[in-house]
Design a protein around this ligand. Sequence first.
Ligand code: PLP
Length: 395
Amino acid sequence: MNCGSDKVIYMDNNATTRIAPEVVDAMMPFLTDCYGNPSSMHTFGGQVGKSVEKARIKIADLIGADPSEIVFTSCGTESDSTAILSALQTFPEQRHLVTTRVEHPAVKSLCDSLTQLTGHKHRTTRLMVDSDGMLDMNSYREALSEDTAIISIMWANNETGVIFPVEEMAAMAKERDILFHTDAVQAVGKIPINMKKNQIDFLSISGHKLHAPKGVGVLYVRKGTPFVPFLNGGHQEHGRRGGTENVASIIGLGRACELAAATMEEENTRVKALRDRLEQGLLASIPKSMLNGHPTERLPNTTNISFEFVEGEAILLHMNRYNICASSGSACTSGSLEPSHVMRAMGVPFTAAHGSIRFSLSVYNTEKEVDYVLEKMPAIIADLRAMSPFWKDEE
Ligand code: PLP
């Protein structure tokens, strides 16, 4: 199948990323000749097992962890569920969770379902954010209570890129002896992380957000943290996650982490410059456009911009005609026309929340692509506004 990826201007990297060619090369032997089971006693399988352990070391190195603290999972969602459910089983009498109003559905829906499934035995405090998408540390402190089993706060928001001070928050949790989980799916590979310098207990990673394949994730579990597996089965991952390892993808994730560690500093400066060029260009050339999210406390690759009085889905369809891929903050995917829960939590005005577009760049984007988008967007928005009754009232 030719999906036409050579023609696409891909600026939707917070949704998923291209697998790096180096990652594909590293994976190939494990999709062909090296098909042994890493748990087998024979040398053929044992060699695969050794390669899995080498990948574990590379992943640990990227986040300053010990390899024994890396547990392979199938995705970021599984890692999030594992961490939260583990804490709730460890402390069955503690029925309180602290999280935020802007978590990814991987955490948000789990918390919603817990309250329903357990007949309201669990209560969840969801911290508010301000108009920049930032948390208030006093509200956080006040939310922690005697019966809090776990705090789950994302490192970086997938829609706005806003970064939360999770290390400071984990230190406060430690003073109260409360477990701290962070969904770092959008942060790993984009900003430096060193688990030796913080007190976070659990951290979630997803392969497909950092140029590794879909279907592989990691849960970092700090040494000594009480842990209850989510999937029981064989003795894989030292009994912490049953199921034969997704070997090729694990090898791919190891290589992707190695690449990220080697190039992050330089590449992120370049990606940030491209992001800023795009952001400043759009805000300057399109009237009634505004940035959603803190101007500086943000991932280097993400910008979320609202174009007032137009619908996000309509903008995306028009962009699609020019092969430009991005995402909308209004929840077409959920089948409702409500703006996203993140935009609502930030109090973005209704007319702007509906027209929010997330551009998320990667190391594969170029200045030429940014300029192409800057050339096309003003006319797209102007055409849509010409059809909008709300815009006519505004004019
Ligand atoms: N958490 C965040 C912040 C995400 O952005 C995503 C994916 O978009 C996930 C969790 C889920 O990751 P996965 O697709 O690997 O389950």
